[in-house]
Ligand binder design. Structure first.
Ligand code: SF4
Length: 358
């Protein structure tokens, strides 16, 4: 993975469009070319591999966690599926001595920070994150030096070293609550996701200084994708993750629970999408986030129809994890994640604040 290297940050007064325009991000594409995703496995092999993984997990006193963007067969073999916040909480309270984290590296690092005495395994060490790569710890130190006294709020999609330089972490589930918890007279530096930052500005009414980072997958979901599906599915409800490139333009039109071309639009975290779909009387939903969530939605709200507004919105990093890699990681005890004790101690403070605010 190559760091994206954003040299500048958006000031709070900058309108959404100018912040986006000012980004020095590489052209949005669906995935770094260096990541080679294994082809889909043979479904006929899944039951045996899943049984082997369950047996190995029992033998090694391990819990298997899966992010909602993982392949369906990985979600199906996991003890728990969810977003970063849910999995962070489960990892911290799990009685098992080993955590197999089917997700990306910053998530496994987070589990290790919160559970330093446990063994944390990441089935493929190449599973990174373009958003986490948006900012290095050196860049953050420089940014803090320009804004002395500011409170630093980091999205959980950051390296352990960046978390260690932060006052608070947050996920899309609790970012709004975290911003609300900070005294109104304090300046806030928000990083690294500009779309989430712009949405937070809107819904909290706070002026934030926002780092111009982005996730290549979510930035690739465009307003035109939403408009196209709006025309095709006029009766569907629209669920949008706040990292999507279309979100800032949606909220520019109508705010949080917005109207997009006359269609109700709901800005929700991945966990929020699941809860909303379970409870809504609607039967069709347009989904604007990584397509791995579709499997979970279909399981949690059977009989309802979920349509991705962009079928190409696939995170290659998440799809690196296969059943064979999960099995081998458990069987051989390989790909263990470690975080230096001094970094972990500082990062833990920011993460514990995130979990406490929940
Ligand atoms: S979808 Fe984006 S933010 Fe999530 S892990 Fe992939 S690159 Fe990172």
């Amino acid at each position: 993975m190559t760091p994206n290297g954003r040299p500048a940050a958006a000031e709070s007064a900058a309108p959404a469009g100018s912040a986006t325009t000012a980004s020095t991000a590489p052209p949005a594409a669906f995935g770094p070319g260096s990541v080679v995703v294994p082809p889909p496995g043979d479904p006929a092999t899944f039951p045996a591999l899943q049984a082997e993984i369950r047996e190995l997990a029992r033998e090694h006193n391990a819990i298997v966690l899966s992010h909602s963007y993982e392949r369906p067969e990985i979600q199906d073999v996991a003890d728990h599926v969810g977003d970063s916040l849910r999995l962070s909480r489960i990892a911290a309270s799990a009685p098992e001595s080993t955590i197999v984290f089917c997700g990306v590296s910053f998530m496994a690092e987070t589990a290790k920070i919160l559970s330093p005495d446990k063994r944390v395994l990441l089935p493929d060490l190449a599973a990174g994150c373009s958003l986490a790569d948006s900012i290095t710890v050196e860049q953050l130190r420089g940014w803090k030096a320009e804004h002395r006294g500011a409170v630093v709020v980091s999205y959980v999609n950051t390296s352990a070293a960046v978390k260690a330089e932060s006052d608070y972490c947050c996920t899309s589930s609790n970012a709004r609550a975290v911003i609300d918890a900070i005294p109104a007279d304090r300046r806030i530096l928000f990083l690294p996701d500009m779309f989430l930052g712009l949405w937070l500005q809107r819904v909290t009414g706070r002026k934030l200084t926002i780092w111009l980072g982005e996730c290549h997958v979510h930035a690739g979901i465009k307003p035109s994708d939403v408009a196209e599906w709006h025309a095709r599915e006029p009766g569907a409800e629209l669920l949008i993750h706040p990292e999507c490139g279309c979100t800032s333009q949606v909220i520019e039109i109508a705010g949080d629970d917005a109207a997009f071309g006359g269609k109700p639009a709901h800005i929700l975290s991945t966990e929020g999408m699941v809860t909303y779909a379970e409870q809504s009387p609607a039967d069709t939903f347009l989904i604007a986030t990584e397509t791995g969530i579709l499997h979970r939605l279909e399981q949690k709200a059977p009989g309802k129809r979920f349509v991705p507004v962009n079928r190409e919105a696939v995170c290659q990093y998440m799809k690196l994890t296969t059943l064979e890699k999960v099995r081998d990681s458990l069987r051989l005890g390989i790909h263990e994640i470690d975080v230096p004790a001094d970094v972990a101690a500082k990062a833990r403070l920011a993460l514990e604040r995130m979990i406490a605010i929940g």
